[in-house]
Design a protein around this ligand. Structure first.
Ligand code: AGP
Length: 609
């Protein structure tokens, strides 16, 4: 996700753009830039770093002009460099653009306009767009933009200005969000409401396949054929603070709700109907996959839980032996690393000190490093041989939610592909696995739509001081994850345990004051055993909350409460079972009057040992 702000009006644009961009920093912050038009010239300032850092270097507010664009980047295509920062300009530097999204056919476009003499100064997909607009420009910016957009494939939110038409700002949207702020003698564009809310509450939501043509006194909307479109002007009643969270009370809830879209974004460009393509520029080739003899996963916290799910997936689908290590323990052992050992580091931030130390420790022993990371250009990414980026966007809430599910998705894609390359999964099975994956966003959304049940249940447990989470098989790590979520945001002591282990100790704790959350989704592997574990708890007066498959009638008779989840393949169950547990932890925290975004004693990224 990136942040976009644009302005055209009677005031100096730069101060408004900087302040607006700062309100969008939660959308991405590895580089920032601004373009204005003054004395018929496009002025550009941009660099790597957070907005504040770049502003200190370039002093954005010194840029002149009553029209401009600003952008904070969350890199997806192209490394984190000054050249790749937005805005980008045409070769004659008379058209400038900012972009949020991914253009699937940018390579073809670069080739096409390259033949017409256009040269590039970055390796972003965005720069292809501005050169395509320039190639189509015959005197009218709107017409040139429409012609270019009709050649694009992929997601975009665009802001475009040109010194040839210094009073016109063009906005365009396909999949990536973009709004228009309607002011008095001034108009705005932005990725999200917070950027412009202090200037106007009158908002037009651009829909897919629409462009906005803004001057200081006018806003016209067109479809891609150039037909005028009438749009409703909405009035936003949010406070600025609430707007930063997209209308949610906390970033944690916003990020739980972003899971359907970020799962789709993470797989976008990596799957077709019947195949998975992880290579791209990752270097994770079939030859690399065939060299793997053993895998060691290193991670911390929630990412370590993702590793445990990954172990299950890899051994089942790729038939490669796996062990999962706490990075903080692995780094002080003398692990056996032979030829063909692949270390997989999992980290949202890419900066966790123990995980970074663990991969350095393994590298010294000759291991190849693959990392699954959310932050492009982070330390762990830079020190890995192969990087598979999740596309969860910035995760602001300290409790990891959307990062976790996108880590699982990346592990799933990787495992299905390795299994296929090694001949353990045939073409039809790959197609089926992709079909199952495509169901997830809607299935997760259906649970988010029923979140009230979770909130109602949370109210019954806010006084409890302890909780036990039980799971078996691929859902044992989800028991651990559910317990960690509750611990870290509500400060309730919660323990995750393999359900079968309960009788080896924890069962001594069971009574009516110890709620037991059991992941009891229907499957042909451990379901019946889990039902027996539930009976054991009930026989001792315990209270059982079951995460159960929708429509499961058997379990209704055995437990006290049910949080239903849709059915999917066994191996994708963790991505569904975790959602009610995330919501449960969030609601208990809020009902106990804690701020789930800033839990006490915790940091978003543990960069110290
Ligand atoms: C998870 O909710 C916690 N915030 C924490 O356990 C986190 O997963 C851990 O610190 C690892 O962080 P990383 O994924 O950025 O490496």
């Amino acid at each position: 996700m990136c942040g976009i702000v644009g302005y055209v009006g009677e005031k100096e644009a730069a101060p408004l753009l900087v302040e607006g961009l700062k309100k969008l920093e939660y959308r991405g912050y590895d580089s920032a830039g601004m373009a204005t038009i003054s004395e018929k010239k496009v002025l550009i300032e941009k660099d790597v770093g957070k907005i504040e850092e770049v502003d200190k270097k370039v002093n954005f507010k010194s840029m002149k002009g009553k029209i401009g664009l600003a952008h904070s980047r969350w890199a997806t295509h192209g490394d984190v460099t000054k050249e790749n920062a937005h805005p980008h300009t045409s070769m004659k530097e008379d058209i400038s653009i900012v972009h949020n999204g991914i253009i699937e056919n940018f390579a073809d476009i670069k080739k096409k306009v390259g033949k017409e003499g256009h040269t590039f100064s970055s390796d972003t997909d965005t720069e292809a767009i501005v050169h395509l607009i320039a190639a189509h420009h015959e005197g009218n910016l709107k017409e040139a933009v429409l012609k270019a957009l009709n050649e694009l494939e992929g997601a975009y939110a665009l802001g475009i200005i040109s010194s040839k038409e210094p009073h016109t700002l063009i906005a365009a949207r396909n999949e990536s969000p973009l709004i228009i702020g309607v002011g008095e003698g001034e108009n705005f564009i932005a990725s999200d409401v917070p950027a412009i809310l202090e200037h106007t509450k009158k908002i037009i939501y651009l829909d897919n396949g629409e462009i906005g043509v803004l001057t200081k006194d006018n806003v016209d909307i067109f479809d891609l054929e150039g037909n005028k479109v009438e749009k409703k002007i909405h009035t936003i009643e949010w406070t600025v603070e609430k707007a930063e969270k997209g209308g949610f009370d906390h970033f944690m809830l916003k990020e739980i709700f972003e899971q359907p879209s970020v799962i789709s974004e993470t797989v976008e460009g990596r799957i077709s109907e019947d195949s998975i393509d992880l290579n791209g520029k990752t270097g994770f080739t079939s030859e690399e996959m065939k060299r793997i003899k053993r895998i060691i996963i290193v991670a911390c916290g929630t990412s370590w839980h993702a590793g445990l799910v990954g172990e299950f997936m890899i051994e089942e689908l790729a038939k490669i032996p796996v062990e999962v290590e706490y990075a903080s323990e692995f780094r002080y052992r003398d692990p056996i690393v032979e030829k063909g050992t692949l270390i997989i580091a999992i980290s949202q931030s890419g900066e966790t000190a123990d995980t970074l130390a663990a991969i350095r420790h393994a590298k010294k022993k000759g291991a190849k490093i693959l990392s699954i990371v959310n932050v492009k250009g982070s330390s762990i990414a830079r020190e890995s041989d192969i990087v598979l980026y999740t596309k969860a966007g910035p995760e602001i809430g300290v409790a990891s939610t959307k990062a976790f599910t996108t880590q699982l998705i990346m592990l799933y894609l990787m495992t299905v592909e390795i299994g296929h390359v090694l001949g353990h999964t045939n073409d039809q099975q790959v197609k089926n696995r992709i079909r199952d994956l495509r169901l997830l966003p809607l299935q997760i959304q259906s649970m988010l739509d029923e979140r009230k049940n979770v909130h109602t249940l949370a109210k019954k447990f806010i006084e409890k001081a302890h909780a036990l989470y039980l799971g078996r098989g691929i859902n044992f790590p989800i028991a651990l994850e559910g317990a960690l979520k509750l611990k870290e945001v509500s400060y309730v002591h919660a323990e995750g345990y393999p359900a079968a282990e309960m009788k080896h100790g924890p069962i001594a704790l069971i009574d009516k004051n110890m709620p037991v959350v059991v992941i009891a989704t229907k499957d042909d592997r451990t379901y019946k055993k889990v039902l027996s574990n539930i009976q054991e708890v009930k026989a001792r007066g315990g209270i059982v909350i079951a995460i159960a498959s929708k429509g499961d009638r058997d379990i209704k008779k055995c437990v006290d409460y049910i949080l239903p989840v849709p059915q999917n393949s066994y191996i994708l169950t963790p991505l569904l079972a975790v959602v009610p547990l995330q919501l449960f932890a969030y609601y208990v925290a809020v009902l106990r009057k804690h701020d789930p975004d800033k839990p006490k004693n915790l940091a978003k990224s543990v960069t110290v040992e």
